[in-house]
Design a protein around this ligand. Structure first.
Ligand code: ATP
Ligand code: MG
Length: 139
């Protein structure tokens, strides 16, 4: 069994029904929460990007509005299948979530999804079990 943390980014919450429909064909949504992120949780979530030229802009955007996070569970291969449904970072193909609901911008790219089973476990744990430690209010 695998877990993926999926998050609809600020400005794209109107597409939640369509995104849920697509995710539900791949796995089972077992948790959902709406929240507003802060610097502390973004530093943990995007730790691999700290110091990169786009990091500050990414955080500013991710704090600019509400997000909706999901825990999605399923069989082995779930994490990769969800990444395929999400589409690539730079050039998402037709039929992917980033293409179909996106505006063609690399930072405001609709959705996040865990990139490995290990980060899926870690991100679900952080976002659902440890969320109080970051002072995040669940909306
Ligand atoms: P995510 O982690 O959100 O699922 P990803 O794994 O496809 O996306 P990462 O390389 O982890 O991409 O980058 C994290 C996020 O940072 C991207 O989704 C995007 O919003 C932003 N980002 C990545 N590269 C750039 C860039 N070169 N310029 C601007 N923003 C970027
Ligand atoms: Mg990533």
């Amino acid at each position: 069994m695998e877990k993926s943390f999926v998050m609809i980014k600020p400005g794209f919450l109107e597409f939640e029904p369509q995104i849920v429909e697509r995710l539900s064909k791949i796995g089972k949504i077992t948790k959902r929460q709406k929240m507003k992120l802060n610097n502390e949780i973004l530093a943990a979530h995007y730790h691999e990007h700290i110091g990169k030229p786009f990091y500050e802009g990414l955080c500013k955007y991710m704090k600019s509005g509400e997000v909706v996070g999901f825990q999605v569970e399923g069989e082995d291969g779930l994490v990769e299948k969800i990444r395929e449904a999400v589409g690539s970072t730079k050039n998402p193909e037709k039929g992917t979530i980033r293409h179909d609901f996106g505006i063609g911008e690399i930072t405001r790219n609709v959705i996040h999804a865990s990139d490995s089973p290990k980060s899926g476990q870690e991100e679900c744990n952080r976002m659902f079990e440890q969320i109080n430690q970051f002072g995040i209010e669940i909306l």
